[in-house]
Design a protein around this ligand. Structure first.
Ligand SMILES: [Fe+2]
Length: 604
């Protein structure tokens, strides 16, 4: 069976494909943003569909047995549509690259066999992404984000216990309730609300968590009255908390360094501590209702590494599996997995690493480098390690890309974690982001106890740990204000070549730890292709690239590239690709006729 999973609506669209042909489960997945180069892209995932089909050597959607699509909500203006006609007519470009009309036209004209389409509830898709990717056969599943869900997974069955949100049916203790409960503010919304007051949009949760890390240095001055009576079984209602926030100020400064003061740090701390309390409670409830001692976790809140650490330390569960693509980026995978097992799929595959991308073709590398007037040469891990130890900042591209928001070595910018000025260099010359945000370490699994009080296994960089007291001065770049760190543990089974590079760096420096930050400039998604990587080198202060073991160093003749030039060429390329993909996947006559009908109505 071949199943394609899609998220087509709202932010972080993308596709995932599963095949069990040959007796083992093959999985590939990608977010549209990686391909069209627009962060959190809202675009219909045509590029991702083509990418996933190509990963199995397929050309047409006819080759797919089942297409499972995230149903972001369950009431639509038109049956079976994510994009209503009225929205397409009026609300065609509200924000980001969310061209509602375009997505509607694609959806209405795409050459799918409707019999092969299944709609998957948004929260159920998150749950499937966590449970079916886990190594467990019997586990509780907790989904925490805009919606909330508690599930019990056993074998190929994933049963809803509690579920609420996104206009889907509400479940309590396994029973569908007659009355839906949609309009309330849960803890995730409260967290986002505080992030808004700190000057961030819905994607600013990471900044709020980082700011809360300054809680020990700034006196706690609570501004928000958090409702103590918010708990009602699995429904945690922060309506009263949020409606009481009438006097809470909003940060409007230009310099993000000003956020490291009150009231901002106290606000971040209140958001963080409240969310911690709520999630620990929900985990306890999931344990109580399922009576099992293993937990799978997903939903955007599962990226909060401090909460994950506390959850592990609480001992509520013996083992926890966190889906690396826990936010909406992971929904295409969840849809594909959900559809596969609901339709008789038998094979299981533990997602022990996050490298679900399709490797670039190394044969294309010389041509790509030529185009950018760059030169590559073979370099051993020892030679790359020596450059890093000499203070060089290197962008690494190897094999398949990571699924989810964390770069885990294959699309990472790497640097020495020891020099005190490296954090500022990375921020000023490359990442162009807030100085208060920490950088994360990659450390060989066996060396974790030498540097960190952290879980021995954290391959997805989603669990916080602490840098040991005596080691903080040795690795200042990866030590946050409160001594915490978000460590990635690396072993040879998950990523042999990355392991060898860190090992070589360790032999040279006695420090088997590298600073690992995602390979991208501030306003772009993580790089996917060799071209993306070369372009990033030319636009930032990166010293070199390491692409599939080839070292590409900046030289006196390396050209530079402005962000504006890059945007222009990227936009032209992406527009052409989408035009080609519409011709490939859509009924062009239907597309054109509907487009002209909408245009006519709009003009009137
Ligand atoms: Fe979600």
């Amino acid at each position: 069976m071949i199943v394609l999973g899609l998220k087509c609506y709202s932010h972080d669209t993308g596709a995932a494909i599963i095949s069990d042909q040959g007796g083992t489960l093959k999985i590939h997945a990608i977010a549209e943003a990686r391909l069209n180069r627009r962060k959190h892209s809202f675009a219909y995932p045509l590029m991702s569909i083509a990418y996933c089909l190509a990963s199995l050597g397929l050309d047409s959607l006819d080759d797919v047995d089942l297409i499972c699509i995230d149903r972001h909500m369950e009431t639509w203006p038109e049956k079976g549509s994510q994009f209503g006609y009225d929205n397409a007519l009026k609300r065609h470009q509200p924000r980001y690259d969310d061209n509602h009309r375009w997505s509607y036209l694609v959806e209405q004209s795409i050459k799918y066999d409707p019999q092969k389409i299944r709609w998957i509830n948004h929260i159920d898709a998150h749950a499937a992404s966590a449970y079916f990717a886990s190594p467990f056969e019997d586990a509780a599943v907790l989904i925490a984000e805009g919606g909330t869900g508690i599930y019990h997974g056993q074998g190929s069955d994933l049963k809803i216990i509690d579920r609420i949100g996104y206009l889907g049916d509400t479940y309590q203790n396994g029973e569908k309730l007659g009355q839906r409960r949609d309009h309330f503010v849960n803890s995730s919304f409260f967290y986002d609300k505080i992030s808004n007051h700190l000057g961030y949009d819905i994607f600013g949760a990471g900044q709020t968590m980082a700011l809360a890390g300054y809680g020990d240095q700034i006196p706690f001055e609570p501004l928000v009255e958090v409702d103590p009576d918010r708990f009602n079984d699995f429904i945690i209602n922060h309506d009263k908390t949020v409606f009481g926030m009438t006097d809470v100020p909003t940060f409007e400064g230009e310099d993000s360094e000003e956020l490291i003061a009150n009231p901002w740090v106290s606000l971040a701390r209140q958001a963080q501590e409240t969310l911690e309390e709520d999630i620990l409670y929900l985990a306890w409830l999931a344990r109580k209702k399922t009576k099992v001692k293993k937990l799978c976790l997903a939903g955007g809140v599962a990226l909060n590494c401090i909460i994950n650490q506390k959850l592990i330390e609480s001992g509520t569960f013996d083992e926890i599996y966190i889906q690396p693509a826990a936010s909406d980026e992971g929904l295409p995978l969840g849809c594909a997995l959900s559809g596969y097992y609901a339709n008789g799929g038998q094979e299981r595959k533990h997602m022990s690493d996050a490298y679900l991308g399709v490797p670039n073709d190394p044969a294309t590398l010389p041509g790509v480098l030529d185009n950018w007037k760059l030169k590559g040469q073979n370099a051993s891990p020892e030679e790359i390690a020596k450059l890093l130890a000499d203070g060089k900042i290197i962008g690494r591209v190897a094999g398949g890309s990571e699924y989810g928001p964390r770069a885990l070595g294959n699309r990472s910018i790497l640097a020495d974690p020891r020099p005190a000025d490296m954090k500022n260099r990375l921020n000023a010359e490359i990442k162009h982001r807030e100085g208060f945000r920490p950088f994360a370490p990659s450390c060989l699994e066996d060396n974790i106890p030498d540097f960190f009080q952290s879980p021995a296994k954290s391959p997805f960089m989603v669990i916080a740990g602490t840098v040991r007291d005596g080691e903080r001065d040795k690795v200042p770049v990866v030590t946050h204000a409160d001594g915490s760190c978000r460590v990635q543990t690396v072993n040879p089974d998950q990523n042999k070549k990355y392991y060898e590079l860190i090992e070589a760096f360790g032999k040279l420096t006695d420090c088997p730890v590298l600073t690992n930050t995602s390979f991208n400039d501030r306003d772009e998604p993580i790089v996917e292709t060799y071209d993306d990587a070369a372009s990033c080198l030319l636009r930032t202060g990166l010293d070199a690239l390491c692409i599939e073991g080839q070292l590409v160093e900046r030289t006196a003749v390396t050209p530079s590239l402005t962000s504006e030039q890059n945007l222009k060429t990227t936009t032209a390329r992406v527009d052409t690709e989408y035009t080609d993909l519409i011709e490939r996947f859509c009924n062009v006559e239907t597309y054109v006729n509907l487009a002209s009908e909408l245009k006519d109505k709009e003009d009137k």
